[in-house]
Ligand binder design. Sequence first.
Ligand code: NAD
Length: 313
Amino acid sequence: MKVLVTGAAGFIGSNIVKLLESKGAKTIIFDNFSHSSYKNLDGTKGDVICADILDAAIYKKLPKVDAIIHEAAITDTTLLDDTKMMMVNFEGFKNVFNYSLKKKIKLVYASSAGVYGNGRSPMSETQEAAPHNTYAYSKYLCDVHSEKVSKVVKTPLVVGVRYFNVYGPNEYHKGSAASMTYQLYLQMKNGKRPRVFKHGEQKRDFIYVKDVARITVEALNLKKNAILNVGTGTAGSFNEIIAALNKSLNKNLKPDYFDNPYADVYQDFTQADIGLLKKLGIAPEFDLRSGIKDYVINYLEKEIQPKADSAKC
Ligand SMILES: NC(=O)c1ccc[n+]([C@@H]2O[C@H](COP(=O)([O-])OP(=O)(O)OC[C@H]3O[C@@H](n4cnc5c(N)ncnc54)[C@H](O)[C@@H]3O)[C@@H](O)[C@H]2O)c1
């Protein structure tokens, strides 16, 4: 099988490429290297296409593939350039979507739990969306577009995967947009007390990138179109992350709590309803503890995390 992965030099995309190649698939690595590191691609074998998903001409030059996994997006939710966010995340998505329609290639694309905003938890795929920033809105539009088109046109398989909070190897290039686990690890590794908003009981559905990559790849085998939550189904607190990091690092650093300046708009609780994932038999394998243990012991502590770096084409 040959799979084109957009955003393949980024955090989740590079984990997907590595998983696909470990299963014997051939990969095409498509990325404009705007928010990534070439070092994420260490050990990968796929042909690299350094290009922008907004570049209409590139679609005439793509090699024949059996499937597309679309991860490319502006992922810094705090970016103030709404035009850029909407262009890349929505118009770029439509370019990839239209290409998959035209060539009849199955497509799995990254959506986000952000579409639920501060909606009720556990968050279910069928509940009303309530995006509360441009990033979340751009992802919501992708889901709406794919569902709308699928109703009037016979599409190849199209699956939207709504990722919750992902952590794991190859996220270092994301800086302040990297996971809470990574940010707290960096502080604790240096012997500093981990700083979190009072009183560390904010809870999120944190999912390990190895599960995310596996579920995304397995979604290519679904029999019909779907929008799927990709979370663990459990909400973990910042305090629990600190406890798991202390254990993996063999430390006992107490949290340093401080007032949350964004308290009135802050998302205090997210939890995925993973009923649909379980029904499809592709549920996650790592819980927060085992995910953090694997991440710290097998990656962060072995220093096989390259330092932040980025190449542009
Ligand atoms: N990390 C999370 O917790 C999370 C949660 C929900 C959804 N997602 C979604 O998952 C996908 C992957 O996110 P990530 O965390 O790996 O982020 P990332 O920023 O590490 O990866 C995004 C990749 O897309 C590339 N890219 C950006 N604009 C491009 C363009 N115009 N053309 C070609 N390539 C472009 C970047 O260079 C980067 O390699 C994104 O669609 C994101 O919205 C991530």
